[in-house]
Design a protein around this ligand. Structure first.
Ligand code: CDP
Ligand code: CDP
Length: 228
């Protein structure tokens, strides 16, 4: 009997990865893992402890010490650091601003990758992030690289923040912040954001969430058949 596939979804900020990944996981009865939330949690913990973002040693230590856990919930999975809920705080602009620096620290990545592989070990998982198809799960049979124009991605994040009541900057500023983060994520030395050679590129700029879910579902079903 098949245990369920490993599905890797990567791409730049606000391309629709987590929304779609969550729905696909639900549809197939798979576990969903938001790896971005893990890097955001380490960043928040470092900020809470007043660490400088340049203090790579202390941040690496912190990444090993803190326990990041998830709890399925609607509309959004809940995130905890050492049992304390941080679902909302990891989305604050100060976290978004600093997360790329934290995610560029090699030992932080090593620790997160280790934890992510443990979560994915049994298959039946949809994992989204930046380096899932290239580094974390290089043998995943389904790899999607999700993209959309920077303008559309900023528009989506702006609306999302507004709906959630999260204080946000202007649309233009948000687009600049997203582009800056993409640039940092794509140019860092360790596991940069890049499309795996065997990933399927999916441009979601003019697609609805349902259309993207349908497209990925088709790919999963085809792969399941092929592997059966
Ligand atoms: O939701 P959004 O696309 O804004 O970002 P996220 O998925 O929450 O990821 C936040 C940040 O974590 C990214 O900008 C990357 O710096 C980092 N990240 C990473 O380096 N590797 C991953 N697998 C996931 C996220
Ligand atoms: O995880 P990632 O940062 O890639 O993006 P997300 O948080 O899943 O999506 C950002 C926002 O875009 C959410 O509010 C989604 O509802 C919305 N979205 C959309 O409008 N159309 C899509 N095709 C995908 C996402």
């Amino acid at each position: 009997m098949t245990m369920g596939l490993q599905v890797a979804i990567d791409g730049p900020a606000s391309a629709g990865k987590s929304t779609v990944a969550k729905r696909v996981a639900k549809k197939f009865g798979y576990v969903y893992c938001d790896t971005g939330a893990m890097y955001r949690a380490v960043t928040l913990a470092a900020l809470q402890q007043g660490l400088a973002m340049t203090d790579t040693e202390k941040i690496s230590e912190l990444a090993k010490q803190i326990k990041i856990t998830f709890q399925p919930a609607e509309p959004e999975q809940r995130v905890f650091i050492n049992g304390q809920e941080v679902t909302r705080d990891i989305r604050l602009p100060k976290v978004a601003k600093n997360v790329s620096a934290v995610a560029a620290i090699p030992t932080v990545r090593q620790e997160m990758t280790k934890q992510q592989r443990q979560i994915a070990a049994e298959g039946g998982i949809v994992m989204d992030g930046r380096d899932i198809g290239t580094t974390v799960l290089p043998h995943a049979p389904v790899k999607i690289f999700m993209v959309a124009t920077a303008h559309e991605r900023a528009r989506r994040r702006y609306l999302e923040n507004k709906q959630k009541g999260i204080t946000t900057t202007s649309l233009e500023e948000l687009q600049r912040a997203i582009e800056l983060r993409d640039q940092k994520d794509s140019t860092r030395k360790v596991s940069p954001l890049t499309q795996a050679s065997d990933a399927i590129r999916l441009d979601t700029t003019s697609l609805t969430i349902d259309e993207v879910v349908a497209e990925i579902s088709k790919i999963i079903k085809k792969t399941e058949k092929h592997l059966a």
